[in-house]
Design a protein around this ligand. Structure first.
Ligand SMILES: [Zn+2]
Length: 120
């Protein structure tokens, strides 16, 4: 093995050149940074499902999907996910819950009014 710096020959087992001290074992190249894989944040899937449930929960299955949206949104935040998806999902979830409560209350008032009027 030859030293890449001074050209002197060293034994193949030598790590450093005996003459100039240059590392010659071939391990001196910089470590290749592991390719920046688009690693999904662990909280991202929760955030996404939170948003999806939040949106759907506004239209159907109030409470059920809205609560799922809130739970998933909080889970994403607990996992350290700071994207707006989690926040949006949680907010939509709360809107769904409020709409659910209002809708239920109105239904009861309507039913009560209708029965009071003798329509039922
Ligand atoms: Zn050398």
């Amino acid at each position: 093995m030859f030293c890449p710096r001074c050209g002197s020959q060293s034994s193949d087992n030598t790590v450093f050149c005996a003459y100039c001290g240059t590392r010659i074992d071939g391990n001196d190249r910089k470590e290749q940074p592991t390719s920046q894989q688009q690693q999904k944040h662990p909280g991202e899937s929760s955030a996404t499902s939170s948003l999806v449930c939040g949106i759907i929960g506004l239209f159907v299955l109030w409470f059920v999907l809205s609560i799922v949206a809130i739970v998933q949104g909080n889970k994403a935040k607990k996992l350290g996910y700071t994207g707006g998806t989690a926040t949006a999902g949680t907010i939509l979830g709360w809107i769904g819950v409020v709409l659910g409560i209002i809708g239920t209350v109105y239904s009861f008032i309507l039913l009560a009014a209708m029965s009071a009027e003798g329509w039922l």
